[in-house]
Design a protein around this ligand. Structure first.
Ligand code: CU
Length: 532
């Protein structure tokens, strides 16, 4: 049994204001119908625009192993505006959760629990299957690509049988649709990022299209077959032409934050004394781990710097949707599709410095930001920021999530899982009235800051008494897609794509990547297990 704590990685304004618990709230194997709870608690923050969210375990110091062993899944929101675009839908809208695993010689999964540096993995999974294939029709598909790997970033390409790159369009990111489709022939996706792409297979009827991963992605360690991801086996007939038209020239008006110059805060993601740190602080440093106190609703520019040498760090900021303004110091600039997107994760490549702008709203309270290499996060590259309250705004919430260590939010042992106890717990959660009217809160904050921050400006925690409850309905939610990917046990014919015709043989399995002893900075940047 390992401790778990849920986290809906939605980054958007409605992220749960939870900091990591230090005690078990539920244990693996318990009766925990996450999706059911979502639906029962109508006030769970589903009031976001259409987007591909995901949830994963977030128990302190156990996030990597729990997510790695499967406590992760898609959580997809739809909305009418997106439906009107007539994008590929239904069986032509396929979530693809990438991962990278390492197996023991007896076929069991290697346990990353004692890993402190990175778990690269040499076996690429998609939706839980190693190197699978998917039968597709010769038409357009929407793929919601999510990287659930705990340490590996991908740079994806699609190749036809002659190894020629297949072009595609990127249409959406972590927080939903981008401004417009961005054509590309490669896609960089680091851990926890979501990028949605539309691929047109119409020119490939009867052929295979293979999703490949580049070599030498950032500073990640390569193995024999980590350049292969999955294959699309394109059939010869199309059973429906719905959603198969030309992509719209514009997808939506993305709510980018108002422009602002200057840098409000800087954070260095580094390696200090054998620990992964943010500005030299680890999450275990309870008294110092709140590194910022943005005022509620304020727009801030944060500079994120990778100062750890030969590593990359996907930085995830809870609560907010941010825009990537600049990327300097490394080999890349802001990528073309990143320019059109609002994000909740951004990859800080080797030596890179990235600036992001966001409105710290609508909720106040303590939120985390951390590296989404989950090994780094567990050891202990995570910090917090406290969005300070503005009093007297008439917010409807009866509950202030200022202190996650408040007794009523503390982890508790749960032993009763019958309907009665579940109903009681749901009623208790519903009574918190959390997130009931985010639109009103957003509006009040925008007006407040549009007036230069004047008005009811006391930066204190509201002491407003509880208001009567107001109800609201949740948006439609989907459980993880039921789309099934086949394993490659009966591989399709393969032309000259340079891919083995059966699950590729691993000729260079990972050496002991587990390093229970912490290494110093110098050693980690020249790890002897590296391919390069
Ligand atoms: Cu990291």
């Amino acid at each position: 049994m390992v401790p778990t704590a849920e986290h809906l990685s939605m980054g958007g304004p409605r992220t749960l204001p939870r900091t990591a618990n230090t005690k078990t709230i539920v244990s693996t194997g318990c009766h925990w119908h996450y999706a059911t709870l979502m639906l029962i608690i109508s006030d769970y923050p589903n009031k976001q625009s259409a987007r591909t969210l995901w949830y994963h375990d977030h128990a302190i110091h156990h996030t990597a192993e729990n997510a790695y062993f499967g406590q992760a899944g898609f959580y997809i929101l739809h909305d009418p505006a997106e439906d009107e675009l007539k994008l590929p839908s239904g069986s032509y809208d396929v979530p693809l959760a990438l991962a990278s695993k390492q197996y023991n010689s007896d076929g069991t999964l290697f346990d990353p629990a004692s890993e402190t540096v990175s778990l690269w993995g040499d076996v690429i999974h998609v939706n839980g299957q190693p190197w699978p294939y998917l039968k597709v029709e010769p038409r357009k598909y929407r793929f919601r690509v999510l990287n659930t790997a705990i340490s590996r970033a991908f740079k994806l390409t699609l190749e036809d049988p002659s190894a020629k790159k297949v072009p595609f369009n990127v249409i959406a990111a972590d927080t939903g649709l981008m401004s417009k489709p961005v054509p590309t022939d490669n896609l960089e996706i680091s851990m926890a990022e979501r990028w949605e792409i539309v691929v047109d297979f119409s020119a490939y009827a009867g052929k295979n299209v293979t999703m490949k991963n580049a070599r030498d992605v950032q500073a990640d360690e390569d193995y024999n077959s980590t350049d292969k991801v999955m294959r699309f086996v394109v059939g010869s007939s199309v059973s429906s032409t719905a959603g198969n038209g030309a992509l719209p020239g514009s997808l939506r008006t993305v709510p980018f934050p108002p422009k602002k110059s200057g840098i409000d805060r800087s954070f260095k993601f580094g390696r200090t004394g054998g620990e992964w740190t943010v500005n030299g602080v680890t999450f275990a440093d309870v008294n110092n781990r709140i590194l910022a106190k943005p005022q509620r609703g304020a727009v801030e520019v944060w500079e994120l710097e990778n100062s750890s040498g030969g590593w990359s760090h996907p930085v995830h900021i809870h609560l907010v949707d941010f825009q990537i303004l600049s990327r300097t110091g490394g080999k890349r600039s802001v990528l073309p599709y990143e320019r059109e997107a609002l994000k909740d994760v951004v990859l800080l490549g080797t030596n890179e410095k990235v600036t992001v702008i966001a409105r710290y709203a609508p909720y106040d309270g303590v939120y985390m930001f951390h590296c989404h290499n989950l090994i780094h996060e567990d050891h202990d590259m995570m910090a917090a920021f406290n969005v300070t309250s503005l009093a007297n705004f008439g917010y409807p919430e009866t509950t202030k999530f200022i202190d996650p260590m408040e007794e009523k939010y503390r982890s508790k042992d749960i032993n009763e899982y019958d309907d009665k106890h579940i109903d009681e717990k749901c009623a208790e959660l519903e009574s918190l009235e959390a997130y009931t009217e985010p639109e009103k809160v957003e509006q009040a904050l925008v007006e407040y800051w549009a007036n230069g921050g004047k008005g009811p400006s006391t930066l204190v925690t509201s002491t407003r008494p509880a208001s009567s409850s107001s109800s609201s309905s949740s948006s439609a939610t989907d459980a993880a897609s039921s789309t099934t990917l086949q394993t490659s046990s009966t591989p399709p014919s393969i032309a000259a794509a340079g891919v083995a015709s059966s699950p590729p043989t691993i000729t260079s399995a990972p050496k002991a990547t587990s390093t229970s002893t912490r290494r110093d900075d110098k050693k980690t940047s020249t790890s002897s297990t590296r391919r390069r």
